[in-house]
Write a new protein. Structure first.
Length: 592
């Protein structure tokens, strides 16, 4: 008889767990709070009231634009196993992975009529990219406007992270915030905004004053390694709205395989038995009229796949007594942040950059992407009023800093948020002496994700995001709990990814499923899990630092014998790296 699993939460983590379990012969039921959509924060939506021309043709909205860097492995592997169908509904040889397309450059837009900084996502991919990087380095003083020595100091600190042992990162750097590690208090505003705040706010929605150096350092280095390796697809986006490109095919695959998916369902409470196990779960379900009823469901195993704040609300004292680590989840909630999307639907073709734009000096930490530039076969003319030609998708990552008008996002109406975000974009993109990039008359519609509920005094975000604050690792639980039949799958679970992303959610789901495979005595193959990878050229330095850390010593310069050893070792790495690139080029192997 098949073992049964109930998954509470139908976001990326819940769907990932369902995927791995159904492929291994389990009976799976997913309970999701959303009435219409699947995928949690990853979803796209139909913008209400924009089906003017055809009843089923809405403008697409996003909770936030998607971003799939080259170091993502878990979620990419899952995409490669989700089949697509042709337009007439027939099976196709393609998968969701084929709906990913690469970006070309990243732009750092700055206000005060300052020249933007543009660099390729693939430093060594072509001569033109290499030339762009060289020119940026040659003109670094003019472009970055840093004080003497600040750029060198930044890279010195980055090298310190790269050459530090994993033990030092886990135990020492985990307790140091990114701001302090980078000595931002004693540096210029440009250093702070471009190199310290800009990266943490716009890439990982974290406050540099509280974010863990271990997490930020690891992830920033992953991105830099990707930039320097032409055999990796550094930055990828979807060729259509997320539901079309990924979530709907995924949902169809799961339900087609037998997953029972229940929408409009909220966990009410867990019920425990005398053995310290979950006996059943009470679930509140809503019908189309909004009427609710509570059902009691039993299964062999349970996966809790909801955000940290919701999990903390649903973990009872009995559960904490059985596994004290579950009680620490509530300690993660105060540091949860807001990162929410807003789309501007424009009546002119606007091409700002063939990739992400980082608005480094915006008070609300904005980033954007020109979505329609990547949605080649998406027809906007049949949506909305037929006048929309571009979609500028913006992520807002800081809702508590005052903008230039003295307002914070978490106290604004939707119209005020729209006005202030638009004003910040114009301030960073429009330059004196050049034709304006953005003008007020371009905006036909705007959409702010419905998770933002505006009130007269304070706004509320129904989908907050975990932030890896310093010392947060000690409060984060493992996917396998001490309750024998309860498992956790969410981005706050301890993972190699160690960042609140779809990649971490997918990895956590795989860890939870592996726990179920062991608990059930299943002979099925365990889910594959990948660690973050770094160049082996740095291994001797990290080995030596691990020895020093084990002896209780601080990070310091390396002994002369090790430096001499690194010369042939580094040369060997360069030869290997060049050979790898040539191999890819000669045999026309596509970057992975």
């Amino acid at each position: 008889m098949k073992k049964t699993v109930i998954i509470l939460g139908g976001g990326v983590a819940g769907m990932s767990a369902a995927h791995e379990l159904i492929d291994r012969g389990f009976e799976v039921e997913v309970y999701e709070k959303q009435q219409e959509y699947v995928g949690g924060k990853a979803r796209s939506v139909n913008v209400p009231g924009t089906n003017i021309q055809y009843p089923d043709k809405y403008l697409p909205g996003e909770h936030g634009f998607r971003f799939f860097p080259g170091f993502y492995k878990h979620v990419i592997n899952t995409m490669q196993r989700i089949p697509l169908k042709t337009k007439d509904g027939k099976p196709s040889k393609k998968t969701v992975y084929d709906n990913l397309v690469v970006t070309e450059t990243i732009k750092i837009a700055r206000d005060m009529n300052t020249i933007p900084i543009v660099f390729p996502v693939d430093f060594l991919g072509s001569w033109s990219n290499l030339k762009m990087v060289y020119n940026l380095y040659k003109n670094r003083q003019e472009m970055f406007e840093l004080k003497p020595g600040e750029m060198a100091f930044f890279f010195k600190k980055m090298f310190q992270i790269a050459s530090s042992s994993q033990a030092r990162r886990n135990w020492e750097y985990e307790g140091i915030c990114w701001w302090d590690f980078m000595d931002a208090d004693n540096k210029s505003v440009n250093y702070q905004e471009l190199l310290v705040v800009g990266v943490t706010r716009t890439l990982v929605a974290a406050d540099a004053h509280i974010a863990s150096t271990k997490t930020d350092g690891d992830i920033i280095w992953q991105l830099l390694f990707n930039f320097m390796d032409p055999t990796i697809r550094t930055d990828r986006l979807f060729t259509a709205p997320t539901n079309d490109a990924w979530l709907t095919p995924w949902y169809d695959y799961l339900t087609g395989k037998g997953v029972k998916y229940h929408k409009s369902s909220l966990i009410d409470k867990f019920n425990m038995n005398d053995k310290g196990e979950i006996d059943s779960v009470d679930i509140t379900q809503y019908n189309d009229q909004g009427e609710s009823s509570i059902i009691n469901k039993k299964a062999d195993y349970y996966i809790l796949a909801i955000p940290a704040d919701k999990a903390a609300e649903n973990i009872s004292d009995d559960m904490i007594n059985a596994d004290p680590d579950l009680g620490n989840i509530k300690n993660l909630v105060p540091d949860m942040s807001w990162m929410t999307g807003m789309q501007f639907y424009l009546n002119q073709v606007v091409k700002i950059n063939p990739g992400h734009v980082n608005y480094a000096y915006t008070k609300w930490a904005l980033t954007s992407i020109d979505q329609i530039s990547f949605w080649k076969d998406y027809d906007l003319s049949i949506r909305g009023n037929g006048k929309v030609k571009s979609i500028l998708s913006v992520d807002i990552s800081d809702w508590t800093d005052k903008d230039f008008a003295g307002q914070t996002g978490d106290k604004c109406t939707k119209e005020e948020i729209k006005y202030n975000v638009w004003a910040q974009l114009k301030r960073h993109l429009n330059r004196d002496g050049f034709p304006p990039v953005l003008e007020d008359g371009m905006v036909e519609y705007f959409y702010l994700d419905d998770d933002i509920v505006c009130h007269p005094d304070d706004d509320f975000n129904r989908e907050r995001m975990i932030v890896n604050a310093k010392y947060s690792w000690q409060n984060r639980p493992e996917a396998v709990t001490k309750i024998p039949n309860l498992f956790l799958a969410s981005d706050y679970v301890r993972t190699y990814t160690d960042l609140a992303t779809m990649e971490a959610a997918n990895e956590a789901a795989r860890r939870a499923v592996n726990g179920i495979l062991i608990a059930s005595g299943s002979n099925a193959t365990q889910c594959q899990i990948w660690n973050l990878t770094e160049p082996w050229a740095l291994s001797p330095l990290k080995w030596w630092d691990g020895i020093r850390f084990g002896r209780g010593k601080d990070y310091s310069s390396f002994p002369i014998w090790l430096i001499l050893f690194m010369i042939p070792w580094g040369l060997a790495y360069v030869i290997w790296f060049v050979a790898k690139i040539l191999f890819y080029k000669i045999f026309h192997i596509k970057p992975r």
